[in-house]
Structure formats: C-alpha cells, structure tokens
Design a protein around this ligand. Sequence first.
Ligand code: PEP
Length: 247
Amino acid sequence: MRKLIAGNWKMNGSLAANEALVRALLAGLGQPACDVAVCPPAAYLAQVQQLLAGGAAVALGAQDVSEHEGGAYTGNVSAAMLRDFGVRYAIVGHSERRQYQGETDLQVARKVQRALATGISPIVCVGETLAEREQGLTEFIVRRQLSAVMALNAARLADIVVAYEPVWAIGTGQTATPEQAQQVHAALRAQLKAASAAAAGVRILYGGSMNAANAATLLAQPDIDGGLIGGAALKAADFLTIVGACA
Ligand code: PEP
C-alpha cells in the first residue's frame, strides 16, 4: 500500500511563510516514495494551490469541511468550495475540533459524507484522551468514533483515510511507542476488514508528535500506512525527512 504523509499546518502561517515552506518542500521532494499532502488554513488554500500548481508531487488538503451542502452557515466552508480550489483531502474530526468546537461523532460522520459526495478523501481522525487510555478505554473509544463514520458511509469506505491520533500525543512531544500505535492500528484494521475487503485497504495514518527522529520506526509497523504531521510539518527539512522515511 502506498503510504501518505499529510502535513496539518493548523492555524499557522502567513503569505510569506507559506511561500517559503512550499518552495522548500517542492525543491527538496524529488520523487517521493509516498503520497504527500499539505493542509493549510482555509484562508490560504488559493495561495497554496497556486504555489503547488504544475507539480503533481504534493496534494492540497483542508483542515475541516462543513457537514452542510451550502446556505446560511456563517463561517463554514463547503466541500464544493474546497473542490473549487483543487482540494483532494480534508481532515475531519481532528481532536482539537472535537474539543474546542464540540464536534460529535455524528457531525464527523456527516462531514465525511459531504466530502465523499464531492470527491474529496476525508482523513478521519480518531483517538483517545490520556484519561481514557488510563482507564483501558482506548480501543473502545477509537472503535466508537470510527463506527459512527462507517455506519453513515458504508458504501464509500474504500475512499476514506483514517488517522489514529492519541490526544495525549498531539503537540506534546509525547509520541505513542511503535507498539502502542501498532496495537490500535491493528484494531482499526480489523474493524474496517469486518466491513468489507475494500475497507481493509484503507490507509491508517499515525499522528501525534511524529517527527524526523521517530518517523522511520513508526512507519515500519505493519499497519501504519503514513502520518498526519502537525508541528514537524512547519519545518521543511523535518517534513522532508519524514517523507523520506517512507522509502
Ligand atoms: C496533529 O495535530 O494532527 C498532530 C499530529 O500534531 P503534532 O504532530 O504536532 O503532534
């Protein structure tokens, strides 16, 4: 399976910083052994689309998508609008949105539905908090989050990407060990496989303080099919090293 490395820039960047970052990525990428995507803030999609134009090496992603098709939803950005800017992936259900915007499993499932209906591959984030892990609830939580998405999108599962992102590892520098991550990825794989043979081939990314130093061992795990990268995606050299670790 071809791996995917996607950079989640979160609410970082500026016209000048984005240009420098994208130019450095394109200059250093060569022929990557994996698929590569960057997910800038919505305000910069048009800029980054232009910077990437002409090179097929890096796909454009969004950090969210509205669950609504269009209309009176102030501040939302629809899947069709994202498509207008060449967006190929949309992160959906990131833990920061579940936590700060109160996104529910059902909303996440509806966002996935809207993305799929518009030809965008959703990157569906699931993950447990530290308290949930300490209570032994890790697999229960991630299965519950994924099953909401699966129930509403049963016919389109082959077109999603899943990202396992333990909340306690995001932005903390505390990475899941390769064994901890592999165990959860295997559980998610089994859940997908039980739905259909096509779903068994869904890429399951790991996210949570993946960096230039730990990427290779994480990516060597049998059920880790790539990475969703936050902090390290803002430094071209680090992001390129992670992409290189797919080889
Ligand atoms: C993320 O926010 O998706 C993420 C994985 O962040 P970081 O790599 O900074 O932990």
